[in-house]
Design a protein around this ligand. Structure first.
Ligand code: DC
Length: 232
């Protein structure tokens, strides 16, 4: 499967949801590359929202203040497959920090924040993409032709996250990362608005003991079986 040349059907939308560390971002990147589709990481949008609200020094518990900041900064934001640019500066790597992930999940439960970001996501997905997040199959792209829900054991998810972050922060322990992940999972699964859950019809893949290329292979096989991609 991997290594063949694939042509996706016109406008193919692939939704890829799952908790932090489930591998959805990495898998989405590979699937997008195999199919020549843009890969859109929606977590970056929520990270941008949490980051901007904090930079503006507003109380993250105050939904309307967070919303107000977003209305002000969104016109200066550009979201592309390569990442997020603000006032023409690439802020993607800053947004990927673990601390910003925590801020993101604190503002992501606000219905009005989600409604505002929903339009941004639907608009960019129009001409086809692999989009990863928490509510892509359920809310953002309910009509996506293919939906996947990635999982992995909590220990393995913490280990993966730690391996990424440890490069920059040698003091960081797996236990710290595991605690932070648990907190984030609780917020993402427990919120009332668009919680993390498997969409109806989404194929669940537990990647705990799978290599990335094995997961990608499985996804490509599903897409081919459903006539959504063709080998050329
Ligand atoms: O995938 P990530 O770690 O970059 O996401 C950061 C936070 O953003 C995550 O804790 C929950 C939130 N999020 C969300 O609520 N909905 C999405 N579609 C993507 C992310």
């Amino acid at each position: 499967m991997v290594g063949l040349y694939w042509k996706p059907i016109e406008g193919l939308q692939i939704a890829m949801d799952g908790p932090s560390g489930s591998g959805k971002g990495t898998v989405a990147k590979h699937v997008g590359k195999e199919l020549g589709l843009p890969v859109l990481d929606t977590g970056l949008l929520y990270r941008f929202a949490g980051w901007q609200a904090t930079a503006a020094d507003v109380d993250l518990m105050d939904e309307s203040a967070v919303l107000q900041v977003l209305h002000e900064v969104l016109p200066e934001m550009q979201w592309r497959a390569e990442g997020i640019f603000f006032e023409s500066n690439d802020c993607t790597s800053l947004l990927r920090g673990e601390d910003v992930g925590g801020l993101a999940s604190q503002v992501a439960h606000y219905p009005k924040v989600r409604a505002l970001l929903l339009d941004v996501q639907r608009d960019i997905a129009k001409s086809g993409c692999v989009m990863d997040g928490r509510d892509i199959g359920t809310v953002v792209l309910p009509d996506a032709q293919a939906k996947f829900f990635l999982t992995a054991s909590q220990r393995e998810r913490a280990r993966r996250r730690w391996a990424q972050l440890h490069v920059k922060d040698k003091e960081l322990s797996i236990e710290q990362v595991a605690d932070e992940l648990m907190e984030r999972d609780k917020r993402d699964v427990g919120r009332d608005c668009a919680p993390l859950e498997r969409a109806k019809g989404a194929i669940q893949i537990d990647s705990t003991i799978m290599r990335v290329d094995e997961v990608v292979d499985r996804i490509l096989a599903v897409l081919e079986r459903r006539d959504l991609i063709h080998a050329i």
